[in-house]
Design a protein around this ligand. Structure first.
Ligand code: FAD
Ligand code: NAD
Length: 466
């Protein structure tokens, strides 16, 4: 039987990064993945394919809507080759997952394909092409998550679908009804809207992206409405039925009226659930809570001392970079180091266009906590860079402590803010004040100038360009 210092179950961004860091620190490491390809949800049916389709559909939208503004005339009709678009997406996925095989090889990590399950706290059975058992001094559970649904919905994977199917459709929907105005609903809703589908987003809460800052919800709603997406907030879905090629969604609005939506596809994007099916946690005595999350302490250690858990399968934001940080943390703890994660500084991004990005506390959270703060906001339309590219929607908002001026939260909507948010994370990691950011030179002309201007507005209410 092969023996390892560490076995990692699951090869998503949490698991494969944990395995690499363990190997870098000199541990003999194995990784177990039930599918044929490595990379988990993120690389196969999550972050990477969704961004590939967002980019392809964005190019199409630019060609039909914006090229003419730049003086580029296209003789003849611009056509979508949807089959090619989906094939390209798959090509990007294949290239990326193969990269993980290379990384496992480079770091001398043994890869097992098959369903991993606990025989006991130190033995893992692998049910793949052959059945085998390995021994591991420590195990990291990184089994991720799966789409969740509502009790009355049957996901048929043809017309009533999750993000996984929405990334591999064979036709462009005529009318896609999206249940859930969160990250998946908005990113994939925008893809299909750009490609010509009618898109109706039905959201339970009174605003889309309800966990982000209210100003971001408002701005994204405004811009996506202009793009033709229809929003039905404060709508509680009560039934989803399919008849042939038609799907009907029934919901109740704020006035208690019943509303029905009829389309050819329904995307269910109401969140994801931690995934531990088949893991046989009970054989090792590992506890999960009532939400199905594996319970961990601050060191991400489960109730069984040699078993750790990371990523979507535990509490916290379901984000690839959060899972990666946790993978590194556990590896370093196993090596006797004292790493730390500041969860407040894990940024959140929605990759619509304009993009939406956040770090730290929202205004709603500061109000609720009774923290006195200053707020400075700067619109993208006031930037030369935005006017040059034509990306004038959005803003940057900096929230800082009313007394100390320490930056408490930064919230953005606009072009490339997924990249800009890193400046805010860096500043907050070093506990910068808004004035620190305001006094740093920002290259001109860039979108980043909006961060400086918003910081100037927060610190002394003296933006320069508005
Ligand atoms: P996963 O990536 O889910 O990996 C878990 C792996 O474990 C899987 O490969 C699974 O097959 C394997 N596994 C499970 N059980 C077993 C078992 N018993 N034996 C062996 N293997 C097993 N996050 C971002 O930060 N940015 C984004 O842009 C983004 N976009 C997304 C878009 C979509 C459409 C979706 C669905 C998600 C997106 N996410 C994004 C979220 C991101 O994909 C997850 O947060 C991330 O993948 C979690 O990583 P993980 O390692 O915890 O788990
Ligand atoms: P989500 O939690 O982002 O959004 C779910 C939405 O559905 C919420 O707005 C919620 O209020 C709504 N909802 C819940 N029940 C409902 C009901 N009965 N009727 C109508 N609306 C209802 O979840 P998601 O969009 O499914 O994404 C799942 C996870 O994947 C998220 O946690 C997210 O972090 C991750 N993800 C991240 C990215 C990214 O980082 N860009 C992209 C995609 C997915």
């Amino acid at each position: 039987m092969s023996k390892y210092d560490v076995a990692v179950i699951g090869s998503g961004p949490g698991g494969y990064v944990a395995a690499i860091r363990c190997a870098q620190l000199g541990m003999k490491t194995a990784i177990i993945e039930k599918y044929n390809t490595l990379g988990g949800t993120c690389l196969n049916v999550g972050c990477i394919p969704s961004k590939a389709l967002l980019d392809s559909s964005h190019h199409y939208e630019d060609a039909i809507k914006h090229f003419a503004d730049h003086g580029i005339d296209i003789p003849g009709e611009v056509k979508i080759n949807f089959k090619k678009m989906i094939e390209r997406k798959q090509g990007v996925v294949d290239m990326t997952t193969k990269g993980i095989v290379f990384l496992m090889d480079k770091n001398k990590i043994d890869v097992y394909h098959g369903i991993g399950s606990f025989k006991d706290a130190t033995h893992i059975e692998i049910d793949g092409e052959k059945k085998e058992t390995i021994e591991a001094t420590n195990t990291i559970i990184a089994t991720g998550s799966k789409p969740s649904t509502l009790p009355f919905i049957t996901i048929d994977k043809e017309r009533i679908i999750t993000s996984t199917e929405a990334l591999s459709l064979t036709e462009i929907p005529k009318h896609m009804i999206v249940i859930g105005g969160g990250v998946i609903g908005l990113e994939l809703g925008q893809v299909y809207r750009r490609l010509g589908a009618e898109v109706s987003v039905v959201e339970y809460m009174d605003r889309i992206i309800p966990t982000m800052d209210g100003a971001q919800s408002k701005e994204l709603t405004k811009v996506m409405k202009k793009q033709g997406v229809k929003f039905y907030v404060s709508h509680r879905v009560s039934a989803v039925e399919r008849k042939g090629k038609e799907v009907t969604v029934t919901a109740t609005n704020k006035k208690d009226e019943e509303v029905t939506f009829t389309g050819d596809y329904c995307l269910v994007s109401v969140g994801r659930r931690p995934y531990t099916d088949g893991l046989k946690l009970e054989n090792a005595g590992v506890k999960a809570n009532e939400r199905g999350q594996v319970e961990v302490n601050d060191h991400l250690q489960t109730n069984v001392s040699n078993i750790y858990a990371i990523g979507d399968v535990i509490r916290g934001a379901m984000l690839a970079h959060k899972a990666e940080e946790e993978g590194v943390l556990v590896a370093e703890i196993l090596a006797g180091q004292k790493p730390h994660i500041d969860y407040n500084l894990i940024p959140g991004v929605v990759y619509t266009w304009p993009e939406v990005a956040s770090v730290g506390k929202t205004e709603e959270q500061l109000k609720e906590a009774g923290i006195a703060y200053k707020s400075g906001q700067f619109p993208m339309r006031a930037l030369g860079r935005s006017r040059a590219s034509g990306d004038t929607d959005g803003f940057v908002k900096v929230l800082s402590d009313a007394t100390t001026d320490e930056v408490l939260g930064v919230h953005m909507v606009g072009a490339r803010v997924a990249d800009l948010i890193t400046e805010a994370v860096t500043a907050m990691e070093f506990r910068a004040s808004a004035e620190d950011i305001a006094r740093m030179s920002h290259a001109h002309p860039t979108y980043a100038e909006a961060v400086k201007e918003a910081a100037l507005a927060a610190t002394e209410n003296r933006p320069l360009h508005i």
